[in-house]
Design a protein around this ligand. Structure first.
Ligand SMILES: NC(=O)c1ccc[n+]([C@@H]2O[C@H](COP(=O)([O-])OP(=O)(O)OC[C@H]3O[C@@H](n4cnc5c(N)ncnc54)[C@H](O)[C@@H]3O)[C@@H](O)[C@H]2O)c1
Length: 329
C-alpha cells in the first residue's frame, strides 16, 4: 500500500491515478485545506482507493494511517505552496510544511516505514547563477516557501543518517497541464499559477489576467520559467518509487522540461489554443519571484529513465479542457 499525502490536490490527484494505473494500492490523506473532496469523489467513482481526511499538523491523524494500513512507501505532496503568501504569512508555512512533515516522518520512523518520495521545488535554488540549473546549483531560497522545502530536504538527510529513512527528493519546476479525461486538473481557490490564470480570464467574466513584472532582465522583461507537464511529472514519481524500492538509495532529481518560456511566450501559446487574444494587465513584480528558473533534468533522464514528451501547447490544451470541466463542477 502506498500512502499519498495531499492526494486531493493538483499534482497529488494525478499521482493517485498514475499509481493506480500501475496496479498499486493507494491510501490518500488530505485535510482539504487546498484540495477538494469532489476530486476524491471523481476518482472513487472509477477506482478503488482508500481516503482518510486528516491534518498532518495533528500527529494522531497520521499515526492512525500507519496503524491501519501496511504502508510500503509514502509520496508526500501535502503542504502550502503559494510563494507570495509565504512572504506575508511565514508562520503558517513553517507550521504546515515543516511541522506537518516532521509529524509524518516521526510517525513513519516509529512504524518502520522507511521510504519517502518528497515534493521539493525549484524554489530551493533562488536566483539562477547559471542555466540550466542542475542539482548541484547553490541553494539560496528567496522566499519562506522555498526555505521550508530546503529545511525538509535537510531533515530528510539527517533522518537517513540517524534512522535509515530513505528519500527521493524531486525538485519540480513549473507544473502545468491536466488529466482532463479523468476529470482532474489544477483547482486552487486562489490561483497563483500562470496557465490557469490566463485560461480563467477567458472563461470567467471580470477575471483579469495580470502579468507580474515586465522589467526583469529577460528577453521580453517577463519572468522565464521551465514548464513541465503534470502527467510526465507524476510518471517520474512512479519511476522514483521503483528506484527507491529497488536500490534502497536516497537521491535527488530536478524535474523540468529544460525549455525556456517567458510569461509572454506562455500567454501567446494560450491565445493560440483559444484562437483569440485576451486582454491582460501589467502589475508590479511579486515578492520572492526569481527572474529565471530553468532545469537541467538530465540526471532524472539518466538514472530514472524518465522522459517528458508533452509539448507546451499540448499541456495548455489539456488544461483548457479541464478548465471547461471545472466550470461545470
Ligand atoms: N504546482 C507546482 O507547480 C509545484 C512546483 C513545485 C513544487 N510543488 C509542490 O508539490 C506539492 C503539491 O503541489 P500542488 O500544486 O498539487 O498543491 P495543492 O495545494 O493543489 O495540493 C496540496 C494538497 O495538500 C493538502 N494539504 C495541505 N496541508 C495539509 C495538511 N497539513 N494535512 C493534510 N493535507 C494537507 C491540501 O489540501 C492539498 O490537497 C506541494 O508540496 C508543492 O509545494 C508544486
Amino acid at each position: 500500500m502506498i500512502l499519498i499525502t495531499g492526494g486531493a490536490g493538483y499534482i497529488g490527484s494525478h499521482c493517485v491515478i498514475e499509481f493506480l494505473k500501475n496496479n498499486l494500492d493507494v491510501v490518500v490523506f488530505d485535510n482539504f485545506s487546498k484540495g477538494h473532496s469532489k476530486i476524491i469523489d471523481k476518482i472513487k467513482s472509477k477506482y478503488d482507493i482508500n481516503f482518510f481526511k486528516g491534518d498532518l499538523r495533528n500527529k494522531n491523524d497520521i499515526d492512525l494511517i500507519f496503524r491501519k494500513y501496511d504502508i510500503e512507501a509514502v509520496v508526500h505532496f501535502a503542504g502550502f505552496s503559494e510563494v507570495s503568501a509565504s512572504t506575508v504569512q511565514p508562520k503558517m508555512f513553517y507550521e504546515n510544511n515543516v511541522l506537518g512533515t516532521l509529524n509524518l516522518l516521526n510517525s513513519m520512523v516509529e512504524n518502520k516505514v522507511l521510504n519517502i518520495i518528497f515534493s521539493s521545488s525549484a524554489a530551493v535554488y533562488g536566483e539562477a547563477k547559471y542555466v540550466p540549473m542542475d542539482e548541484n546549483h547553490q541553494l539560496m531560497p528567496k522566499n519562506p516557501y522555498g526555505k521550508t522545502k530546503l529545511i525538509i530536504e535537510n531533515i530528510l538527510d539527517d533522518y537517513e543518517i540517524a534512522y535509515n529513512l530513505k528519500s527521493v527528493k524531486l525538485r519540480y519546476f513549473n507544473v502545468i497541464g491536466a488529466n482532463y479525461k479523468e476529470n482532474i486538473g489544477e483547482w486552487h481557490d486562489i490561483e497563483t499559477h500562470l496557465v490557469p490564470n490566463i485560461l480563467k480570464s477567458s472563461l470567467i467574466d471580470d477575471y483579469v489576467f495580470n502579468i507580474f513584472g515586465d522589467d526583469y532582465e529577460t528577453k521580453d522583461g517577463t519572468c522565464i520559467r521551465d514548464y513541465v507537464d503534470v502527467q510526465d511529472l507524476v510518471h517520474a514519481h512512479y519511476l522514483a518509487y521503483k528506484y527507491l524500492i529497488k536500490s534502497n538509495k536516497s537521491d535527488i532529481f530536478n524535474l523540468g522540461s529544460g525549455k525556456e518560456y517567458s510569461v509572454k511566450d506562455v500567454y501567446n501559446c494560450v491565445c493560440k489554443v483559444l484562437g483569440y487574444k485576451i486582454p491582460f494587465k501589467i502589475n508590479a513584480r511579486r515578492k520572492g519571484d526569481p527572474a529565471i528558473l530553468i532545469a537541467d533534468s538530465s540526471k532524472a533522464r539518466k538514472v530514472l529513465n524518465w522522459s517528458n514528451e508533452t509539448s507546451l501547447i499540448e499541456s495548455i490544451s489539456n488544461a483548457y479542457e479541464w478548465e471547461k470541466i471545472l466550470k461545470t463542477f
